[in-house]
Write a protein that binds this ligand. Structure first.
Ligand SMILES: [Fe+2]
Length: 379
């Protein structure tokens, strides 16, 4: 086996992989399994799936010979009759072991209590006929976490067709859609006329739904102002003023529940969620669905003050927007980032009816990538 590096040689075969001269001053190592698995012939152009199954190789892959031919690396494999060709530009993308670039991995932009006039608004009939506008809408959702779709039809179907622009309606344990109006025997504080403090929805689910749609069909009551805060803005400010509290809220799982005669949903979640970069990606918080904290009582000596300090910050005038939702508007927001609620209203003063549902965040990002990027198979 050739393990000697020969001066000026572009490819040096080693035991488990090869060294390749990618440019005048860059030599990179590539593993034989990785190379064999990712030969361009491994992928079916029609299904766009991997059709090669490396589990069926009888012996570990090893190059018999390899050379640079123009802008490609060409490998003849030992133990099988197969030649692979790789564009050097493709290999360069994988040299450092960095994650594949993701067009949907956009930096978040925090917003504050004065944000209401600036919330990105999109007209529903315009969205239905313009895919580039849909891409702009989803981009705003990823970056800011909150948008308003205007000019909504006054129909159940109008909500469904809006969701379908980014994905599918994602059911929760209480079904596909929900109606927020006063109920005679409410199973949820939302279905009363009482104030509803800032929260994220259904935290008791193992994976709470990602994107929430709230379609305002009627709103003529006195009171009932909507309230919203950006969890990213608040958690980042909290991180600065109380690093230890931030650590507790982002590392310790607390219990959430939702219980009635026929269901007993439970989960454990961290109040502050971090993404792969260590940045705040959002929150899970709900005072009416927080279970009795079953943590060591001495830990609660530090956890509770941090939890309360953070909960108060969510409602701070610096962060919390208040506004009246109008019939024909649909609030669309990231249920893992944006906390929402409403002030109390007078149930006899008029009609208030919101119809809501959810979509999946990963599916929304998938739709975005498909709209804006070439992917690996479109070109
Ligand atoms: Fe809610």
């Amino acid at each position: 086996m050739n393990t000697h590096f020969l001066h000026q040689q572009a490819v040096v075969l080693q035991e488990n992989g090869l060294q390749l001269q990618l440019s005048a001053d860059t030599t990179a190592y590539f593993n034989y399994y990785w190379l064999r698995d990712n030969c361009s012939s491994s992928f079916d152009r029609t299904t766009r799936e991997r059709s090669f199954d490396i589990f069926h190789l009888e012996q570990p892959p090893r190059a018999a010979s390899a050379e640079v031919d123009g802008k490609d690396l060409v490998i003849s494999w030992a133990n099988e009759t197969h030649v692979s060709r790789y564009p050097l530009i493709m290999l360069a993308d994988y040299v450092s072991g960095k994650h594949r670039a993701d067009p949907a991995d956009l930096a978040r932009k925090a917003w504050f209590s004065d944000h209401y006039p600036e919330i990105p608004r999109f007209s529903q009939p315009e969205l239905l006929k313009d895919k580039q506008l849909v891409a702009e809408w989803i981009r705003a959702m990823i970056v800011e976490g909150l948008t308003i779709v205007t000019d909504m039809p006054d129909s159940d179907q109008g909500l469904t067709e809006t969701v379908r622009l980014m994905g599918h309606v994602r059911p929760t344990f209480f079904g596909e859609y929900f109606d927020v109006k006063t109920h005679i025997n409410p199973t949820n504080t939302a279905y009363t006329a009482k104030a509803l403090e800032l929260h994220t929805d259904t935290p008791a689910e193992e994976y709470a739904p990602g994107i929430q749609f709230l379609h305002c069909r009627a709103n003529s009551v006195q009171g009932g102002l909507s309230i919203y805060s950006d969890g990213v803005a608040v958690a980042n400010a909290f991180r600065t003023i109380d690093p230890e509290g931030f650590r507790l809220l982002s590392e310790i799982d607390i219990p959430f529940y939702c219980e009635h005669d026929d269901y007993d949903m439970r989960s454990r979640q961290r109040v502050i969620e971090l993404d792969q970069h260590g940045e705040v990606s959002g929150l899970t918080i709900s005072q009416h669905m927080a279970d009795i904290f079953d943590l060591p009582q001495t830990l609660l000596d530090t956890y509770y003050p941090a939890f309360c300090r953070f909960g108060k910050m969510l409602q701070d005038d610096r962060f919390m927007m208040r506004f009246m939702m109008k019939a024909g508007e649909c609030m669309v927001f990231d249920n893992h980032r944006i906390v929402h609620g409403r002030l109390a209203y007078s149930a006899t003063s008029g009609d208030r009816y919101l119809r809501g549902c959810y979509a999946d965040r990963a599916e929304m990002r998938s739709t975005y990538r498909a709209l804006v990027s070439e992917g690996r198979f479109k070109a």
